[in-house]
Design a binder for this molecule. Structure first.
Ligand SMILES: [Fe+2]
Length: 272
């Protein structure tokens, strides 16, 4: 089974890059996952963004610490199991923390997400949650655990925790792709898959306002960067539960810049 995991899709340029990339690449994959918690200008996801990603060919959209930034998120989570929020939220939180779905090749795949606790909002135990995700998958079926976390060490230790048990442990949230992809006992690892957004930015936001705030310690409203996005992803080859390969992808949507700008206007008009 060939699985594509697309890193944090940031703002309208990120959504456009996903659409552009999958237009030609979707047929090469049996299942596509994308982290979409920054679609709405960095702050969560709207129904329109979710729809756009689904229409582009994404099977499951994952979230993270920005899950509830948009008012419609709770309802959207109740409407579809294809939108997955961290399992580490308190019991009773709307939506699901993992989902099992059929892939294009006919086999089933489980996708779940946990959130880290270092330098992040207090959450339930990600180790226990990761165990629950792995246990939810059928015997010898693929299971992907996304670790949405700030600290590299916590991501690495969660990878170790799941070694030989998960098909892949994919880090997200820090938005800068790491070059440490590896296979250990049939588990594919990467500390951070990277961002799908405008690379010349402060992890998705325009430099100007962030620079001002950092230099002067005075508030200025952040604005999402505009321009051409770079898509960051990993492509996985899985056989049953075991991963056979992990390949890092970085793709810049240069030749489709006009498309990206147009979509940017359409999506930003809605909510920023
Ligand atoms: Fe995040």
């Amino acid at each position: 089974m060939r699985v594509l995991f697309i890193g944090d899709v940031y703002g309208a340029p990120g959504v456009s890059a996903v659409k552009s990339f999958l237009r030609s690449a979707r047929a090469s994959f049996d299942f596509v996952i994308a982290n979409g918690e920054n679609c709405a200008g960095g702050f969560g996801i709207t129904r329109a963004h979710f729809r756009a990603l689904r229409d582009a060919g994404v099977d499951v959209v994952t979230l993270g610490n920005h899950t509830f930034d948009q008012p419609e998120a709770a309802q959207l989570l109740e409407e579809t199991p294809r939108l997955v929020r961290p399992l580490t939220y308190p019991r009773g939180t709307p939506g699901v923390g993992f989902v099992t779905l059929p892939a294009r090749d006919g086999s089933r795949i489980t996708v779940g997400q946990v959130m880290g606790r270092l330098f992040m909002e207090a959450m339930d135990d990600p180790f226990e949650a990761a165990d629950a995700i792995v246990e939810a998958a059928g015997p010898d079926e693929p299971v992907i655990v996304e670790v949405h976390a700030e600290a590299t060490s916590e991501k690495k230790v969660l990878g170790y925790h799941l070694e030989g048990r998960a098909s892949a442990v994919i880090g997200t949230h820090t938005h800068v792709q790491t070059a440490d992809e590896a296979l250990y006992q049939g588990t594919a690892w990467i500390t951070d898959v990277g961002m799908t957004g405008v690379e010349h930015s402060s992890i998705g936001m325009r430099f100007e306002e962030v620079h001002h705030r950092m230099r002067t310690k005075q508030p200025r409203r952040f604005k999402p960067a505009v321009g051409t996005a770079t898509l960051c992803a990993v492509a996985l080859t899985l056989e049953g539960r075991r991963a056979r390969s992990i390949e890092r992808l970085r793709w810049r949507a240069d030749d489709l810049a006009d498309d990206a700008v147009q979509d940017s206007h359409a999506l930003h008009g809605e909510r920023t």
